[in-house]
Each structure stands twice: as structure tokens, then as C-alpha cells.
Design a protein around this ligand. Structure first.
Ligand SMILES: C[S@@+](CC[C@H](N)C(=O)[O-])C[C@H]1O[C@@H](n2cnc3c(N)ncnc32)[C@H](O)[C@@H]1O
Length: 288
């Protein structure tokens, strides 16, 4: 990725930070099954020293803080200053003392080799400037035998939480064809793609788990529309070029298409994520 593209990605996350802060509780609830999956895959337990890469408004760091307990610790990282401030403020409100915060990119983790028991990241690896380098960095900073686990979105067709809006916007707003390796929510949706990068980075025992879950919350269509159009950089950009009348037409088309996911004041979308994990064996095992 060229430096100007890197800056664009970072700037986009920086402008998203207030919205991710605003919807923090909902985001925590909606993606909780993915956090649970990551905790299982990375085998996080009491006393562990965990690294969260691209922690956004605070997850999974804030949840893991409770799992590792007072004898463990969490290092939250994110390159966007606004995200770091948001997560740190929430940890302060909750009185959590076992989390530390560092503003940094996955590309250059400012930690010595073998600092952590494990490293993980929820829905951030798709935005890494250089995923191979970011994953090598994660492997460098975990101890021998430590796990690295990355949660990414499965295919867009399996995630109507996104496609119900994206498909309609695509019909109304022309968007250039995207490079499949550009930073995007679905960059690693293809089975084996991220797993291949982990293997190239030197991870052992690479496993790709397909996690089918429900994105659920007590949310009306109106609030869902607000959440999606505020937290998504690409939708905010598309909306900025549209008249209020055109936005209303799009919103109605989305509401018609999304009806089945809103019943009795509750939102429930089927969803698919991939959790790709590997381990760091510095002394490679000799085949038996
Ligand atoms: C979709 S958000 C996910 C945030 C959080 N982990 C969650 O699941 O709610 C993606 C995050 O990746 C971060 N990010 C972008 N580029 C990154 C990079 N090069 N290294 C690490 N994180 C990055 C963004 O700042 C943003 O907070």
C-alpha cells in the first residue's frame, strides 16, 4: 500500500472513532459471539498477558481484561488516536487497571520479542497496511507456543448485516471496481486467503474456523440504518454525494429488503466470520 493510501485508511478510522464510541455498547453485544470464538481459539485464561491489535472502541480488550483477571494483563493497540482515546476512557469508567494502551500500527509493534502469551485481533486484519508484515509482527511478539488469532468477515453474501445496505447503495451510486487486496471488510472472506498469509509468515498449526452466528440486538430498522450509515466510512462517503430525496429512496429500498431481519422490535441477522489462528513454535519440532 502506498503511503497516501495508508494515510487515507488511517484518516478514515480516525473520523469513524466518534461513531464507534457512540455505538460501543451495541457493537460489543452484536459481535460478542466473535469475541467468545477468539477467546476459545487463542485459549485465553486467567493470568495471561494478551495483545489486542486494532482494538477500535475497546473490543475485545475490555472483555479479555475480565477473563485474564488481576494476575493477567491486556495491551490494547490501535493506530487511530480517536479509537485509543475512546477505549481508554471506557476502561477508566469501568475502573479497569489491568489494561494498557498504545497507539501503533500492526506493521510496527513497539514491543520486544516474546512479550505476550498470545495476540489477537477482531475485524482489524483486513485493514492492515501490509498483512504479511503485521502477522509476522504478531508472531514475533508472542512467546514460544503462543497463539495468534485473527477474526475477519466471511463472504458478503453470508452477511446481510452489510449486504442489505451495500447492494442497494451499489445500485444507486457508481463505485469503481475494487482491488481484492485493497483494505475492505471482505478482503479475507475467501477461504484459505488469510490462512495462507499466516503460513507464509511462519505460523505453525494454522487453523481456519468458520463461525456462523447471529448479530442480535433490540434495535429498530431506524436505529440500524443510523448505526450502519454512521459507522461505515464508505457509506458516509457515498451519502455525502447524495440529495436528501435520493437518500430517502435508498433507505426505503433497504427497509423493504431488510424486513425479514426485524421482528417485534428486534434485529436478528445471520452472519459468518472466519477465525484464523496459528502458533509460534520457535524451535520447530522434528518430524517423528
Ligand atoms: C472494524 S474496526 C474493529 C475494531 C474492534 N477490534 C472491534 O472489533 O470492534 C477496525 C480497526 O482496525 C484499525 N486499524 C486500521 N489499520 C490498522 C493497522 N494498520 N494496524 C492495526 N489496526 C489497524 C482501525 O483503526 C480500527 O479501529
Amino acid at each position: 500500500m502506498k503511503p497516501e493510501e495508508q494515510n487515507k485508511v488511517l484518516q478514515a478510522w480516525q473520523t469513524s472513532a466518534p461513531y464507534w464510541d457512540k455505538y460501543r455498547a451495541l457493537i460489543t453485544q452484536m459481535y460478542a459471539p466473535v469475541t467468545t470464538g477468539l477467546i476459545e481459539e487463542a485459549q485465553i485464561g486467567v493470568g495471561h498477558n494478551a495483545l489486542d491489535i486494532g482494538g477500535g472502541s475497546g473490543e475485545p480488550s475490555l472483555t479479555i481484561s475480565g477473563i485474564v483477571g488481576p494476575t493477567g494483563s491486556v495491551m490494547y493497540t490501535d493506530p487511530a488516536a480517536g479509537m485509543v482515546e475512546s477505549a481508554q476512557a471506557e476502561a477508566g469508567r469501568r475502573g479497569l487497571t489491568n489494561i494498557q494502551f498504545r497507539q501503533c500500527s500492526a506493521n510496527d509493534l513497539p514491543f520486544p520479542d516474546q512479550t505476550f502469551d498470545l495476540a489477537l485481533s477482531r475485524f482489524s486484519a483486513m485493514f492492515f497496511v501490509d498483512p504479511l508484515r503485521g502477522i509476522r509482527e504478531a508472531l514475533r511478539v508472542v512467546r514460544n507456543d503462543g497463539y495468534v488469532s485473527f477474526a475477519v468477515w466471511g463472504p458478503e453474501e453470508a452477511n446481510p448485516f452489510f449486504s442489505t445496505l451495500n447492494d442497494v447503495f451499489d445500485r444507486f451510486v457508481e463505485s469503481p471496481t475494487q482491488d481484492p487486496d485493497a483494505p475492505d471488510a471482505f478482503r479475507f472472506a475467501a477461504p484459505g486467503k488469510l490462512a495462507g498469509i499466516l503460513e507464509n509468515a511462519g505460523a505453525d498449526n494454522v487453523i481456519e474456523r468458520h463461525l456462523n452466528f447471529q448479530i442480535e440486538a433490540a434495535l429498530s430498522f431506524e436505529r440500524f440504518w443510523e448505526l450502519r450509515t454512521e459507522t461505515s466510512v464508505s457509506l458516509r462517503e457515498k451519502m455525502a454525494g447524495l440529495t436528501p430525496e435520493k437518500i430517502e429512496v435508498i433507505k426505503q429500498a433497504v427497509a423493504d429488503g431488510a424486513q425479514e431481519y426485524f421482528v417485534s422490535g428486534k434485529m436478528r441477522f445471520p452472519a459468518e466470520a472466519l477465525i484464523v489462528s496459528g502458533r509460534q513454535f520457535r524451535e520447530k519440532r522434528t518430524p517423528v
